[in-house]
Design a protein around this ligand. Sequence first.
Ligand code: HEC
Ligand code: HEC
Length: 234
Amino acid sequence: MSKKTAFWIFLIGTLSSAALFLWATYDTQRQIAALSHVDKLSDEVVAGKRAFQKHNCNDCHTILGFGGYYAPDLTRVVQRVGEDGIRFRVQHPERAFANSWRKMPQQNLSDGEISDLIAFFTWVGNVNNNDWPPQDSRKRLSRGEQMMVASVGVSPGAAVFQTKGCMNCHSLHGTGGTFGPALDKIGASLSAEEIRKYVTDPKAVNPKAMMPPQKDNLTGRELEEVARFLSAQK
Ligand code: HEC
Ligand code: HEC
C-alpha cells in the first residue's frame, strides 16, 4: 500500500466514524426527554436520588449499570419486588435476606426517605433503556436455593418459582423469603385455578393484598406451570 492510499484510508475512516458518532449523539439527545420521561421528574424523585446517594446504596448496588457489583441491580426493582417489597427489604433486611449468602445492612431509613426512594426507583424503572442492564431474574442461586432445587426437583413449575422471584418473598420447605406466607401447604387451601388468579392480580382477589401482580413477570405458560406445581404442595 502506498503512503497516499494509507492517508486516504485514514482520512475517510476517521471522518466517517466521526460523522456516525456525531449523528448517534444527536439522535440520542433528540430522544432523551421522551425516553427518560423527564416530565415525571418530581421533587420526590429527586429527594429519592439524594437519599440513594446519602446512604451509599451505590456502594453495593448498581442502578442503570453504575455502582457496586455486590448486590442486585436496582434499575427495575419496582417491577421485580413491588413497592411494599422494597419497603419490607429496606426496613427489615435481616428478615428479608435471612437465608441469603449475601447480606444487606440495616440502615434505619425514615419512612419519608423510603417513600422518596420508591419514587426514585419507579422513575428509573420506567426509563426506556432498551432493557439495559439485564436484570438478574436468573440471579445466581444462593446455597439455600440450590438445596431447594434438590428438594423440590426440577419440574418446570418449581423452576419458575425459583427463577421468577417468588422465593424472594415466599418459602417452601423452610427455604426462601419471609415477607409472604410459606407455601408448603398451599395446595390444601387453593386450587391451581385459584392460585393462578391470585398470582396474576392479587388485589382482584384480596383488595388488601401486598403481593405485587405477576402478570407482566410471567408468561401464560409459566403461570400455569407454577400454579400446577404449587397446587400439588399439600
Ligand atoms: C453493604 C451492601 C449494601 C448496601 C449499602 C445496600 N444494600 Fe441493598 N442489598 C444488598 C444485598 C447483598 C442484597 C441482596 C440480598 C440477596 O438477595 O441475597 C440487597 C438487596 C436489596 C433490595 C432487593 C433487591 C431485589 O431485587 O430483590 C433492595 C430493594 C435494596 N437492597 C435496596 C437498598 C437501598 C435502598 C439501599 C440504600 C439505602 C441499599 N439497598 C444499600 C446489599 C446492600
Ligand atoms: C414482593 C413479595 C412477593 C412476591 C415477589 C411474590 N409474592 Fe406471593 N404473596 C406475597 C404476600 C405478602 C402474600 C400474602 C397476601 C398478600 O398480602 O397479598 C402473598 C400471597 C401469595 C399466595 C396466596 C397465599 C394464600 O395463603 O392465600 C400465593 C399462591 C402466592 N403468593 C404465590 C406467589 C408466586 C407463585 C409468586 C411468584 C411468581 C409470588 N407469590 C411472588 C408476597 C409476594
